[in-house]
Write a protein that binds this ligand. Structure first.
Ligand code: AVJ
Length: 320
């Protein structure tokens, strides 16, 4: 039996997908939020992305965590670990191993929107760490922070650079909600991708093998399956572009010819002009000073900022 606490059931998910699709596809320019990439196929495609030679974030973050895990355990003495947007929990094991070796950790709570991915992770971790209380929470990290379990000296890990999927206003709201869910002295371990030469960033989001293109188009398949839409997935081209002003990468899907799409369950018809683009994701890149300012505005303090030798990615240890 898997220990899962459900704050987001299939009906809530269906409702928020419908709202997002109506809002995004009737807007100018059109957009869809990146959280809808991750059905089973989308999650598998993301796993494939993490192994691409061009996609540096995952392996770079893993290297930083490998080097710093024992120090993180020493500095924090964390008794409980909560992981937001955990997905597959490969990097989590680095933290769990270090915190358990240090001797303070008693509980682990992964929170994710995908109950399937979460159930699998909880089963695997329960088996691997018999002494640890592992309990999954199915929830949306922008809405269910109040449901992270109460406890003493908790650390929340939000890794992978996923915070970059939020626009600055959403980030401010997320950080202040998270701060409100923590007591002074508790911890946030945050992974952020860093600003760098676009010649490195752009290929990470537009790989030669076309895996990211397939991942991007998957959001159309999700809308087709879940809402009975008739997107011709192959009629949309993958676009990754660096927005130098906002310092984020933007993924879009460009209609290669004029398209009329019908979304049956919403009774909605949407027209795309030839060349029209649909924004599917932003992935913001950070600088230390900017991150520190955002954290300060949410009453968090940056204690450690660890990067790899090339300065590609950062893992920050932050205190409430
Ligand atoms: C999982 C959100 C961190 O923004 O780099 C990978 C998702 N998008 N390739 C990222 C993603 C395109 C990824 N995050």
């Amino acid at each position: 039996m898997t220990a899962l606490e459900i704050h987001l059931d299939d009906q809530d998910l269906a409702r928020s997908l419908r709202t997002d699709v109506v809002t995004g596809l009737t807007a100018t320019p059109k957009w869809l939020p990146p959280k809808w990439f991750y059905d089973a196929r989308g999650s598998d495609l993301f796993e494939d992305i993490t192994r691409l030679p061009e996609y540096y974030p995952t392996r770079t973050e893993r290297a930083i965590l490998t080097e710093r895990a024992a120090e993180i355990a020493r500095v924090t003495d964390a008794k409980a670990l909560v992981e937001l947007g955990s997905g597959s929990s490969e990097k989590t094991c680095l933290l769990l191993d270090a915190l358990l070796a240090h001797g303070t950790l008693g509980a682990f709570t992964p929170l994710d929107v995908s109950s399937a991915a979460l159930g699998e992770a909880v089963d695997r971790l329960t088996e691997r760490y018999p002494g640890l209380a592992v309990r999954g929470v199915v929830g949306d990290l922008t809405r269910h922070l109040a449901h992270i379990p109460d406890g003493d000296n908790r650390m929340v890990a939000f890794l992978g650079g996923t915070i970059g999927n939020l626009v600055p206003d959403e980030r401010a709201e997320f950080l202040s909600n998270l701060r409100a869910a923590l007591r002074p002295g508790e911890w946030l371990l945050l992974g952020t991708d860093l600003v760098k030469d676009p010649a490195i960033v752009v290929p990470a989001y537009d790989d030669a093998a076309g895996v990211t293109a397939d991942f991007n188009r998957n959001v159309l398949r999700v809308v087709n399956h879940r809402l009975g839409a008739d997107f011709d997935v192959d009629a949309f081209a993958h676009v990754a572009l660096w927005d130098a002003e906002n310092e984020w990468i933007e993924m879009r899907l460009r209609a290669t010819t004029a398209q009329r799409v019908h979304i049956r369950d919403l009774d909605l018809t949407v027209d795309f002009a030839a060349g029209e683009e649909l924004r599917t994701e932003i992935s913001a890149k950070f600088r230390r000073e900017g991150l520190e300012a955002e954290l300060g505005a949410a009453r968090f303090a940056l204690r450690h900022f660890w990067t790899d030798p090339a300065g590609l990615f950062a893992v920050s240890l932050i205190q409430a």
